[in-house]
Write a protein that binds this ligand. Structure first.
Ligand SMILES: *[C@@H]1O[C@H](CO)[C@@H](O)[C@H](O)[C@H]1NC(C)=O
Ligand SMILES: *[C@@H]1O[C@H](CO)[C@@H](O)[C@H](O)[C@H]1NC(C)=O
Ligand SMILES: *[C@@H]1O[C@H](CO)[C@@H](O)[C@H](O)[C@H]1NC(C)=O
Length: 188
């Protein structure tokens, strides 16, 4: 009986932990290039490719570009414009640091610097947002349950008499559709 109670406590704890995790699965802020910031990277475009590979982007996250106003800017562009470093008519252009972009949908996002040859020299970033945050917001309705009579001890003549199974059943609420499993040894 003690082990049965322990089992229920473990289940309640698991549910509580899951609820807390769900609450803390909030938006993440990604600072592009970390301490390096947003500039023409010394190592070329691979610098931001590697940075992006180390991140996990989730819908609702925020990208922050830190740069020197005037010397740099950041434009959100199409995939085509990203490939060719075409800064004519970008989707949006931000010239003040920090420039924040909220990743509001699943999909690919492309950013370039529009100053001089900055994009061609490697000031370009492509990211891929592939997931929604946290576990699904509405848990599936609870279906029928399966109960193993006597848990690991199974179905046998219990040492403590019928009290053993009364105790096992005491804290359970059985519903129509639930399944009871009786495990016992077949003496053939
Ligand atoms: C750059 O993009 C603009 C706007 O989409 C387009 O009109 C122009 O032809 C593009 N230039 C090149 C060289 O691809
Ligand atoms: C951009 O994000 C940074 C870091 O979270 C924050 O300090 C700043 O206030 C934000 N700026 C704007 C304009 O939202
Ligand atoms: C972005 O992720 C999706 C889904 O995983 C994938 O189909 C797509 O090819 C990725 N795009 C890039 C540029 O990696």
């Amino acid at each position: 009986m003690a082990s049965t109670r322990g089992l229920n406590r473990a289940a309640i704890l698991a549910i509580a932990v899951a609820a807390i995790l769900q609450l803390t699965a909030a938006q993440t802020t990604h600072t592009v290039g970390d301490a390096l910031g947003w500039l023409v990277p010394p190592g070329g475009a691979v610098t931001y490719t590697v940075w992006a590979e180390l991140q996990t982007f989730t819908v609702g996250d925020i990208l922050v570009f830190n740069f020197g106003d005037g010397d740099q800017d950041v434009a959100k562009v199409t995939k085509e414009a990203f490939k060719t470093c075409n800064s004519t008519d970008p989707i949006s252009l931000k010239t003040k640091s920090p420039a924040n972009f909220t990743l509001d949908t699943i999909g690919e996002y492309y950013f370039i610097g529009t100053k001089d040859e900055h994009c061609k020299l490697g000031q370009k970033l492509a990211i891929n947002v592939t997931s929604y945050p946290g576990p699904s917001p509405s848990p599936a309705p609870k279906g029928p349950s399966t109960y193993t009579v006597g848990e690991a001890l199974g179905w046998f003549v219990p040492p403590g008499g019928s009290f053993f199974y009364e105790t096992w059943a005491y804290d359970k609420s059985f519903k129509v559709g639930d399944t009871l499993v009786f495990n016992f040894i077949n003496w053939t």
